[in-house]
Ligand binder design. Structure first.
Ligand code: ATP
Length: 300
């Protein structure tokens, strides 16, 4: 189903190969997609975030297993995968919202694995949550003021506000509107601005384009490019794979809690690798021993 409309019917394999299903799950796709058009060589840059052997558990469920991940200065790194693959768990673990069962997280050279979320936020990690999570009964301006970096000087605070208002002029025009009155795209702009007002070194965007109209997604992706140009490093978690690949320098594909692909975006040319990760069509799917692993839709 897509937006309440049946788009395909058949065996699992037929569904995985159906072009309409692929379009809906992976974004626009196909040869016409300007994949990684602006990808730059970033291997020489210093790392801002490094994750080594990260595992995350929810009770007995091991949602992430031995994840190695790196984000370098000024990079956009996409994290792709099906529903339940573990993308949001990775975002939450980086931000400090859920504990790591194993492994460590380094911000620059500092080990932040045991630090709580507010401390990591002050050190420059911002998370723009899936589903936005705004205060709907507060005004746009109030949502942003709550998020503004408390340690910043008045001048710096003003600069940060100017910056997000220039990025999305609509936020200035609608500053007295209640967040709950805004469209989904406008709310996403508030959520992005809120993340930026903490003056982060790293922003993690979780499902930026989910449920938004294509024109709004274009506008939001232009903003992502601009944010990178300010020197902020970006982790871009997306289900809409091709959209993310069009801006990302590198990409990780997560499949059932493990990294199944890690490389530069253009090497993911093989649509097959993506389809395997999204539709579970791999001949020998990774089936980790021990605790049950997440990854529901991969088994559909
Ligand atoms: P989606 O796009 O659907 O959010 P995802 O790739 O972000 O998927 P996660 O939300 O990280 O995946 O979920 C990974 C696994 O962990 C799934 O099996 C999910 O059911 C499970 N999980 C996520 N959050 C919790 C939780 N709070 N308690 C128990 N299990 C959870």
């Amino acid at each position: 189903l897509d937006w309440g409309r049946q788009i395909a019917e058949g065996t699992a394999r037929e569904i995985a190969e159906n072009p309409e299903v692929v379009r809906v799950y992976l974004g626009t796709g196909g040869a016409a997609t300007p994949r990684a058009a602006r990808a730059t060589a970033t291997e020489d840059r210093p790392s801002v975030l490094r994750i080594e052997g990260l595992s995350v558990d929810y009770g007995k469920l091991r949602a992430l297993r031995s994840i190695d991940f790196e984000l370098r200065e000024g990079e956009i790194v996409a994290v792709l995968g099906a529903n339940g693959a573990g993308k949001s768990s990775l975002a939450r673990a980086i931000a400090g919202l859920i504990p790591c069962a194993e492994g460590r997280i380094l911000l620059g050279s500092e080990d932040v694995t045991r630090q709580l979320a507010p401390r990591r936020a002050r050190k420059g990690i911002a998370l723009c949550h899936e589903g936005r999570r705004l205060f709907s009964e507060l005004k746009v301006r109030e949502n942003l003021e709550l998020a503004a970096y408390s340690g910043a000087s008045t001048t710096h605070r003003r600069e940060l506000f100017e910056r997000v208002h220039d990025l999305f002029p609509l936020l200035r025009e609608r500053e007295n509107a209640y967040a709950g009155e805004l469209s989904g795209g406008q709310q996403q702009m508030v959520a992005i601005a809120r993340a930026l007002l903490s003056d982060p070194r790293i922003v993690i965007f979780d499902e930026l384009s989910l449920g938004l109209a294509p024109q709004i997604v274009d506008e939001i992706y232009r903003a992502v490019d601009q944010i990178r140009a300010w020197g902020v490093s970006i982790v871009l978690i997306e289900q809409s794979a091709y959209r993310a690949l069009s801006v990302a320098d590198r990409v990780y594909v997560i499949e059932r809690g493990r990294v199944s692909f890690n490389g530069v975006s253009r090497d993911l040319e093989q649509e097959k690798a993506l389809r395997d990760a999204y539709f579970g069509t791999r001949e020998d799917p990774p089936s980790p021993p021990g605790a049950t692993t997440g990854g529901g839709s991969g088994e559909a």
